[in-house]
Structure formats: C-alpha cells, structure tokens
Design a protein. Structure first.
Length: 191
C-alpha cells in the first residue's frame, strides 16, 4: 500500500463512505485536530511518567482514533434508509466517559484543593499536558460547530469535553509527582 494516492492534489479529500470534500471542510478540521491531539498525547506518554498514566493515555489514544473515524464519516453514508448502519464504525460509550471521570476523581484525591487558576508550565512534561489540553479544547470547539450542522453522537462531544478536563487534572498530578511548582494566577489589582 502506498502512502500517497494523488487523489488530494486538487485540494479535496474523501470522507469515510467516499464523499469528497475540500480539505478545509469543518469535518476535516475537526478530525485533523483530533489527530493533532493524539500526537500530543503520544508525546506525554513518551515522558518519564507513572505506568498507570501511560496505560490510560494509550486507552485515550485508541478512543481518539474512534472519535476521528466518527468525525471522518459522512453521516448520510453511515446509515441506510431503514436505519441500519452501513459502515462498521466503533462508538464512544458512557463507559469511556466514566473511565475519564473515575481517573480524575482518583487523581484529585491526592491533590491540594484548587483555589486559583494555575499558570501552565513548571516542568516540560506538565507543559506538554497543557498543550494537549488546549488542542483538545480546540477540537471540542470545532466538533461542536460541526454538530450544529451535522449532529454527532452526544457521547463524542462529552468524551472530548471530559478529556480536556482529564488532561488538566493530569497536568496538576504530574506537577505534584515531578516535584514542580504549581504557580497560581492571581490577578493584579488595578490602582
């Protein structure tokens, strides 16, 4: 199998199901941002962090491929007129969302209560986590915009939202585990 197909040389690409759209289409931007997020999560996973965190991040990466496949699918081609699925696409289910919630609850148990926003940084690994969180938020904004014109399964949007929260809590946990300083953002008072 060749990596290059030359079918996108004129600025279009095919969705899962065969529909061709411009490469700047909101659907392409949505799943492209999920792909970017997946790469950032791989970078976090490559750091010297707890194996449990790595295992959760691998699970997240697998789920992001599912999200990407859902976003890359032409909804009109995914389902037959009788309501049966034409394309075999995995789903994001409530258990996937619950895993992120359970992980956040477990991570939060050993963290000091948050009283202020925190400045991203303190350690390279923590910074990678904050970058992934920001990319996740962008993916959420794009997917929500896509949802307005082509409704998505609600679990996809919930998963992306929960994942950005998880990445924030993981950044805080890694700050603690790596002995980095968590710098609070305290607004300056106007004189």
């Amino acid at each position: 199998m060749k990596v290059y197909t030359k079918t996108g040389d004129k600025g279009t690409t095919a969705l899962f199901g065969g529909t061709r759209v411009p490469k700047y289409h909101l659907r392409i931007d949505s799943y492209g941002t999920i792909d970017e997020l997946n790469s950032h999560i791989g970078l976090i996973r490559d750091q010297n962090i707890n194996q449990h965190h790595k295992n959760i991040l691998i699970e997240v990466q697998h789920k992001l491929f599912v999200v990407g496949a859902i976003l890359a699918t032409d909804p009109e081609k995914a389902v037959l007129k009788n309501g049966k699925e034409r394309l075999n696409i995995n789903k994001i289910d409530s258990g996937d969302i619950e895993l992120l919630e359970q992980e956040m609850d477990a991570l939060n148990e050993s963290l000091p209560q948050m009283t202020h926003f925190v400045l991203p940084g303190g350690h390279q690994t923590v910074s990678f986590c904050h970058i992934a969180r920001c990319v996740c938020r962008r993916a959420e904004r794009l997917s929500t915009a896509l949802n307005d014109s082509d409704p998505l399964d609600a679990n996809v949007l919930k998963y992306i939202n929960r994942l950005s929260d998880y990445l924030f809590v993981l950044a805080r946990k890694l700050t603690h585990e790596l002995g980095a300083e968590e710098v609070k953002w305290i607004p300056e008072k106007n004189s």
